[in-house]
Design a protein around this ligand. Sequence first.
Ligand SMILES: [Zn+2]
Length: 210
Amino acid sequence: MKKLLIFMLILPFLACSHDDDHGPEDMGIMFVENPERTIKVNIFYVETEETSDKSSYNLDEGEFIEYLNGYYFHRYGIGLELGESRVLINSELYDLRDNQGSEPSTFFMQTQDSYEEDKINIYIIKRSNIIGIAGMGRIQRVLLTYENLFTSTSPHEIGHSLGLFHNDEVKNIMSTTLDKQSRQVFNGNQEDKMKKRIDELKYGKSISAR
Ligand SMILES: [Zn+2]
């Protein structure tokens, strides 16, 4: 536990969401017809050799993208579009319990060859195979636990993957509050930053130093 705490202090924006999360209860769904910015989302189902022939995940991808757009992104003029989805066989990533404390470096190393730089790449693993972390996000890559897909953890980690850091404003999606049901909004700066980042990724404009 102490080890995890130190790790969280060092890398506050890499791994977050200690606790399981819940969906937005008092938020309205909002779709816009032509969002100003769009970005494709690839989905990777992480499996091992042993599990690869079973469909161990049962996700309605269209519903998931609609959830993200309707609750979190369309209202800011950002539209997520389903890109490719496939199974990724990677036993290192499938079970991160052996890598407790170094999950982010393991994640970024193990996804180096599969992610596409101009998209958001979501890697899904099982909640039972990672201890104390509900998700991670950075550099167009997001790790989400299957059990937390339809929660504010998803837009939070997507925010990280588009360059956002933590922000503890009330109701902010990038906050680290324990009451994750209250995470509902991006602020104007965050909206601008995400849009700028999408432009950089899509049109290759100069990428600012991190
Ligand atoms: Zn975070």
